[in-house]
Design a protein around this ligand. Sequence first.
Ligand code: NAP
Length: 247
Amino acid sequence: MSARVLLLGGTGDALRIARALGPEHVYSLAGLGRVPADLSCAVRVGGFGGAPGLARYLADEGIGCVLDATHPYAAQISANAARACEQAKLPYWALRRAPWQPQPGDDWRWVDDWAGVVEAIKPYARVLFTLGREPLAHLGEVPLHQHWTVRCLDAHPGHARAQVIDARGPFTAEGERMLFKTGRYDVIVSKNSGGAATGAKLGVAREMGLPVVMVKRPSLPPAQREFASVQEVLDALADLNQRKIDA
Ligand code: NAP
């Protein structure tokens, strides 16, 4: 097997892995966020054109292994990667970040999707969305009795009943406490992303007795190897590199 790795990214964890990759490897981004310019590995930006496009890319570029370190809610690219690897008979490896687990005192309301979010937040007036850019597409639908604050990576002017805070994690408990107090939110909306960078909000919501509307994780395809941490991935890549040197 070629030891050339295609790393699918778009997360802080993926960037940490990309920083450890040498020039023969490729780091791939969808192109929605910042593109790092200080990596040793190659960086490519933009979609592949679904699973067939990705399968073609893998063959054309002589990729030997796909490592999926995309966000746990980026289900489409993960499904495409698993399918393309199956077609190309290549290993599909994935970093699967563990979800957050509710703690005693948490009041989490599980929903499946955006329709579930809208239903669950109906009783509340001041809503803080911390699940990415999705609410931006619905700013025209803020009910008259609500005010929305949307924290995401995009700048947006908002309007009288919607404020957009463009901010990038990691977020500290102290910062979240300050934000929640200033915003006087009644409810927080979140994905169950897992990891330390954005998890402080949950502890602060617990402290302040705030309900959290939690969007369930999508199902992801099984991988030949699944890693629970960036360190596990780095160990596996070092091993792959060693085998190449020994061969
Ligand atoms: P998605 O729904 O799974 O993917 C949509 C399409 O974007 C894919 O079909 C693919 O296009 C392209 N794509 C996604 N990730 C790519 C990558 N790493 N390299 C090349 N093309 C990629 O993904 P999403 O939820 O829109 O997320 C987009 C990116 O943002 C992902 O890389 C993800 O890691 C990151 N991100 C997502 C979230 C989230 O909550 N969803 C949060 C933080 C970061 P083609 O079909 O044309 O190949």
